[in-house]
Design a protein around this ligand. Sequence first.
Ligand code: ATP
Ligand code: MG
Length: 423
Amino acid sequence: MQTVFGVDFGTTNSALSIYKNGKVEIVNIDELNANPSLMRSVLYFNEEDEIFAGQEAINHYVNDGAAGRFMQSIKTFLPNRSFEGTEVFGKKYGIDDLVAIILKKIKAKGEARVGCQVDSVVLGRPVLFSADPEKDALAQNRLEKAARKAGFRQIYFQFEPVAAALAFEESLSAGEEKVVFIGDFGGGTSDFTVIRVKGGAFARSDRRSDVLSLGGVYTAGDKFDSQIMWEKIAKHFGRGVKYKGMGKEELFDIPHSIIYTLCQWHRIPLLRARKIREQIRLIKHAATDRKPIENLEHLIGDNYGFFLFQCIEKAKCELSRLDLTEVRFKERELSIVEEITKEEFEAINTGNIGQIAGCIDEVVGKSGVSCDKIDTVFLTGGTSRIPFIRRLFEERFGARKLENGDAFTSVVHGLGASAPLFV
Ligand SMILES: Nc1ncnc2c1ncn2[C@@H]1O[C@H](COP(=O)(O)OP(=O)(O)OP(=O)(O)O)[C@@H](O)[C@H]1O
Ligand SMILES: [Mg+2]
């Protein structure tokens, strides 16, 4: 049988598996990354027309003093009709071109490993790119177009949580049957399925009838970072600052939309629009406290949102094992040290947790299987390490039923294992 690649193009991390001779292998795709089997799904364009991906992109961005254009969470834009692409140093890139750059690099790594050209790929996709079916189709079409531009000819899609289920299935002994709840908590989406799995079922031809239900929400790791930004850090960049309206004594709040955009890292470059910068400049002159607005101007102008969000993300990850940590950030004369406790992190995310919990209950409900009839809960994805996420499952299913896959490679492994279902 032919060789097929499995590619997990993630919001935060991407990975590659190779299906060959009935076996799945996960391949290193970024030697510079702390975990070389993952490549950060980021791009960096420098002023010399060079484009870098993964850790190399981050390194160049840092070394160039953030002079070029850095992009992350590109997957989030796939269902966004109004984001068709972007212009970088005078050149136009469609969103499919941007994704294709990453896919092409990954493809080349895989081909170097197998020593020949590979035309077929199983790509992962979240259960829902968007609740709007048209936008959902747009996202998948764009991803398919990107894969074609990267040089793939046969392109298949598999739901990410179903892929994770196939990875879990391999841990079962032959003939062992289970009904499993799969939770894949990534950077952009949390995806769920209730699915029947069976040990030794590796090459079964069609699994659709085993999938009892599917569902997902766009609430995952990135949203938790945004929430920390909103609650703890945004005050250093103007949240809460008032300014005097022109010719009036009345005080106004800085527009909510500016602070809201600031809290979504990948959207900060939108604040560079001339009109918005002019608006911020005017606010600064009429502000009750100018310093935070100056910080905001520096953040936008010097493009250091990435570094700020890295510090936030680091603190978030620390809270998965510590009760207390700090967000520490230093840039020029701005020095931020904000303590955050595990309880506080959970409290500020009550709304987000509620959305996830609602979706879990809906997916269990739709499956027609009650919680006590679900044998195992299999959790994967970086965000599944957060204790309050795990607790949602302990409360519903009991701690005994929880199992963990490799947080970052279960999905890509399952995409490789999906190959015989398609080709
Ligand atoms: N120890 C940790 N504690 C909490 N969060 C973590 C931890 N490690 C990683 N994360 C978070 O996990 C997310 C990345 O996980 P993952 O690589 O599974 O996502 P992805 O596959 O790129 O995204 P998606 O599946 O949504 O497209 C990031 O938001 C990251 O901050
Ligand atoms: Mg993922």
